[in-house]
Design a protein around this ligand. Structure first.
Ligand code: URA
Length: 438
């Protein structure tokens, strides 16, 4: 094979050489990575060339140095925010996505109430896991878009200190283009590409510290603990290399979190947690992540006390109002419901997160394509979780939708999701599986 445009001792800066170097298992230089990411962002490297390179990376991988450079180049493709002048330490959290994962909603105001500033730039959901912005948009008046000067004002305000808003188009634009391309070219499943995609956005957002919640199990996109550990390690290394104090928790996602999946349903459950109630697993994970976040922020305070005495709820209300929302307005309800009942008595041993996630999505809680609308009231309420005893005829799930023709597809997704008296449930199975730091 003729090496394309390669001179002795000189690394070629053209797309074909870069693709063939990676295709043949070689290591890309910093200059090659900078050049190709910059060229792709400007449109000088064609989509088909970038897709070929992404496929070569899927097969050949990237070293830690290559992945760090790839991430830095994607950050440099746009604006990197800087909140170092704020009077409070900044810390954020990112979850790789799970069914019923509403944790950001109670967690972000709780950590702000502990004295940190939480600048969270978030996305809308795609597929079976819901997006944080979709959940918050079910609150009357709440706006996801915010200019940076206003974001800075809110973060500096000790009565608020938290912003959850849409990432602007200038935040890691190379990743926006590349993620859309990977989505349609079968190149999402690569640890270096996923890690650099997530971390480029989180580092560009300007947080000084970051806690990652890497989900593992049937409802997560990583099904094995080994895969999740590999991704978590790669992300922790990238954060550390970029100067962001980063730690990851690996958490179970075989069963949905809490008792609701769906936008407004999850907001209601989050408010219960902020009011001192809510499901035990949501409270446990919220507090575990809050402990990590306050520690990363260098604060010496017990988040459980701040949740219990109502300060977290005060920050929630202030956060919603600062973004135009009315925290006291009734949440939207779907027009139609249907209840799934236990066929027999016994112990519920399995409630499969993927089945519930797909069913909620089919009911209208999620979208199939970027830009599709979602139904704020759609989703699923879970009346029993693994470990609960049920009698024949007891309600197990209530399905909510505005479009009753969706019930059939949702019920089909749930067909195999519930097991009574079968294998699969172990009393005391941990929610937090591992912790990774550099
Ligand atoms: N989420 C991202 O932001 N990027 C990926 O590559 C995968 C999940």
């Amino acid at each position: 094979m003729i090496a394309h445009a390669r001179l002795a001792g000189v690394t070629a800066l053209d797309a074909v050489s870069i693709i063939t170097t990676k295709r043949d298992g070689g290591e890309l230089s910093d200059a090659q990575i900078n050049w190709v990411i910059d060229g792709f962002t400007r449109g000088a490297v064609a989509d088909e060339q970038m897709a070929a390179l992404a496929m070569a990376v899927v097969w050949r991988g990237m070293t830690r140095r290559e992945t760090a450079r790839w991430t830095a180049a994607m950050i440099a493709s746009g604006r990197r925010m800087d909140f170092t002048d704020l009077p409070r330490p900044t810390v954020d959290k990112h979850s790789t996505g799970g069914v019923g994962d509403k944790i950001t909603l109670p967690l972000a105001p709780l950590v702000a109430a502990c004295g940190a500033a939480v600048p969270q730039l978030s996305g809308r959901g795609l597929g079976h896991t819901g997006g944080t912005l979709d959940k918050l948009e079910s609150i009357a008046g709440w706006q996801a878009d915010m200019p940076v000067p206003r974001m800075r004002e809110i973060l500096a305000d000790p009565a608020i200190g938290v912003v959850v808003c849409a990432a602007g188009a200038d935040l890691a634009p190379a990743d926006k283009r590349l993620y859309a391309l990977r989505d349609v070219t079968g190149t999402v499943e690569s640890i270096p590409l996923i890690a650099s995609s997530i971390m480029s956005k989180k580092v560009a957002e300007g947080t000084a510290a970051l806690v990652l919640d890497v989900k593992v199990g049937s409802g997560a996109f990583l099904k094995t603990i080994e895969g999740a550990r590999e991704l978590a390690t790669a992300m922790v290394e990238l954060g550390t290399d970029a100067g962001v104090r980063t730690v990851a928790l690996l958490t179970a996602m075989d069963t949905p979190l809490g008792r609701t999946a769906g936008n407004a349903l999850e907001v209601a459950e989050s408010v219960e947690v902020l009011a001192g109630g809510g499901p035990a697993d949501v409270v446990e994970l919220t507090l575990a992540l809050a402990h990590e976040m306050v520690a990363q922020a260098g604060l010496d305070i017990d988040p459980a006390a701040v949740l219990a005495d109502g300060r977290a709820m005060d920050h929630w209300r202030a956060m919603i109002e600062a973004q135009g929302g009315n925290p006291h307005a009734p949440l939207p309800r779907a027009k139609h419901t249907e209840t799934v009942r236990a066929e027999r008595a016994g112990v519920l041993t399995r409630l499969d997160a993927m089945g519930v996630g797909i069913a909620a999505w089919r009911l209208g809680a999620g979208r199939a394509r970027q830009g599709d609308p979602v139904q704020p009231g759609a989703g699923i309420e879970m009346h029993a979780k693994p470990g609960d005893s049920v009698s024949a005829g007891d309600p197990l799930l209530t399905l909510h939708t505005d479009t009753p023709e969706a019930f059939e597809g949702a019920l089909a997704a749930l067909g195999d999701a519930v097991t009574i008296d079968g294998p699969g449930w172990r009393p005391g199975a941990p929610l937090i599986l591992d912790r990774i730091e550099s």
